[in-house]
Design a binder for this molecule. Structure first.
Ligand SMILES: [Zn+2]
Length: 229
């Protein structure tokens, strides 16, 4: 009888130990998914799910409507916008966000609600020294959040691409961008011109991952200020 009890106690103890180990592994895994813990475990767990639960809308400028600027050799603004926007959507998804890939005049835009809305465009193909750099705008007189999103994009995009900010060429088409008045006023929104199709072409067409990363970093800066980006 006594031996039987001792054996039972051993099994219970073993069960408790196994449970503790499993719980420890699950906790460490969860931690690593959130971007914390040792480097090897974080690498194993994949990109940190820092944007889980966030809803983001990304417009590939001119998509579904027209070509935008067209260069003499046939390069179109719409194709450049599309490749950058697709990379942005992909990267945001890797971080756990729910992302809508939107057309320029998408029917979902009316009253669109999200944590962030960014429209991606690029600039004219004129050959001129002045025609280089990027710029960002939010609705003139719009919400504080939209202004904060634009500030984050200015900072993060410059850091990721090395392109110079070109605020002097911000147009009314940007500050009064049509979607700003279509989406819900509570949705923080900005538009970015990622660079000029002539002077900044190699960055935009050969290394679209860098502009894309700059935009994702700007969104992270706005949504996750504690990260200090
Ligand atoms: Zn455009």
């Amino acid at each position: 009888m006594r031996i039987h009890l001792v054996q039972r106690a051993r099994w219970v103890l073993l069960g408790v130990i196994v449970l503790c180990v499993v719980a420890g592994i699950a906790l460490s895994w969860q931690n690593a998914r959130a971007g914390n813990g040792p480097g090897w475990l974080r690498r194993l767990a994949g990109p940190p799910q820092v944007l889980a639960g966030r809803h983001i809308g990304i417009v590939a400028g001119h998509s579904g409507n027209d070509s935008g600027t067209v260069c003499i050799d046939g390069l179109t603004e719409a194709s450049v916008n599309r490749s950058i926007a697709d990379l942005v959507v992909h990267e945001l998804t890797l971080y756990g966000a729910t992302v809508d890939s939107l057309l320029e005049f998408d029917e979902r835009l009316l009253g669109y609600q999200a944590d962030v809305f960014v429209s991606i465009h690029s600039d004219s193909c004129q050959a001129s020294k002045e025609m280089s750099g990027f710029k960002v705008a939010s609705l003139e007189g719009g919400s504080q959040e939209s202004g904060a999103l634009a500030s984050c994009l200015w900072k993060s995009y410059a850091a990721a691409t090395g392109l110079r900010p070109n605020p002097n060429t911000v147009t009314r088409d940007m500050t009064d961008y049509h979607s700003f008045r279509e989406i819900a006023p509570s949705t923080p929104a900005a538009i970015i011109e990622t660079g000029f199709l002539n002077a900044d072409r190699s960055l935009l067409t050969e290394h679209p991952d860098r502009p894309a990363h700059g935009i994702v970093d700007g969104i992270r800066c706005f949504l996750l200020p504690a990260e200090g980006r």
